[in-house]
Design a protein around this ligand. Sequence first.
Ligand code: PMP
Length: 385
Amino acid sequence: GKPVCECNSCFQGPDCSQFITDCPADADSGDPLFLEPYWMRHAASSALLVAGWHRMSYTFSDHTSISQVLDQHIRTLHAAAKNAITDGKYIVFGAGSTQLLNAAVFALSSRNSSSRTRVVASTPYYPLYQKQTDYFETLHFEFGGDVSSLKNNSDALDIIEFVTSPNNPDGQLKKAVLQGPTVKAVYDHAYYWPPFTAIPSPADEDVMIFTISKLTGHAGSRFGWAVIKDKDVYEGMSAYISLAEMGLSRDTQLRALKLLKALLEDDGKEIFYFGYRRMMDRWKRLNQVISLSKHFSLQEISPQYCNYLDRVREPSPAYAWLKCEREEDTNCTKVLNAANIIGRKGRVFNVGTRHVRLSLLKRQGDFELLLYRLNELVKKEYDAH
Ligand code: PMP
């Protein structure tokens, strides 16, 4: 039969797209369930059944070649998406990109320097960089906050700069701010795929990190990969994974391979176009509502040439970076909460309380409920006059 969604108590219908109006619009998490309909259409080709006796060995002692096949599929995928150059580079798998971000910090921090390597990012930045670096801090590295703290110091210190492109929360394409012989950039390309951004050219940075979480939507499978130019960095990151995990779960690798095989059947065309159309439609409709408001504004993203579509394309970001414009609305999260909308507060991204991030990645019903509530909020501005 046709696959049917398991809805929570706020939604109904076979695809959970009808909402129950007194429920809050929860736009907090970056859970990419907007891709669920794609996988429902490909339920058979993406299904996985593994017999109990199958592939029991440790990954390092198993001489079958799942890992190599997966490595090959990842290279094919980047060639199809035209979003990264993998020729002559090394690939390391991790338990989501989360683990690889930390593996990169371990591999790139200097062990024979008298001062600690500073890990920095430019504001607004994804909070995990700071949380993780603080939590796993060693003698060799510490979190240094915003890049601006090091601008005058970047020759004297060893630095790792996280560059999120396109950025979470605001969807902007970014380049490393700091340069110099002691600066190493780690490019987090979680969203560098056709559904979320123009791809001006294939990325070719020294350390690039990707994940299936935002590509296929399987955030719970915990599969990410790093594309690495330098052999020493590759060995450093591999050492981290092998000490932390003894190699990445075979089951995760099998699931990732099955999903990539299914989406590559048409070179990713259907999933990329489906995702792009969905995200662009959401962004357009959201802009229509917010453009009527004097109390709220959204980030601006310019149309840009895309190497994948081979034309200039409209923006379609994963998140709305909403700003409260009214002087008295100093706490934007509270303003939204009062209207039964849940977002992620700007403070988390190292900026003030005037910003809130709203996820546009969830199911269609979640988005419809969010838009409905925002519409109600903007209508009130007019009623007040
Ligand atoms: N980097 C960025 C910029 C993200 O937004 C996220 C997920 N929200 C991650 C990394 C982590 O993704 P994963 O599920 O691969 O650990």
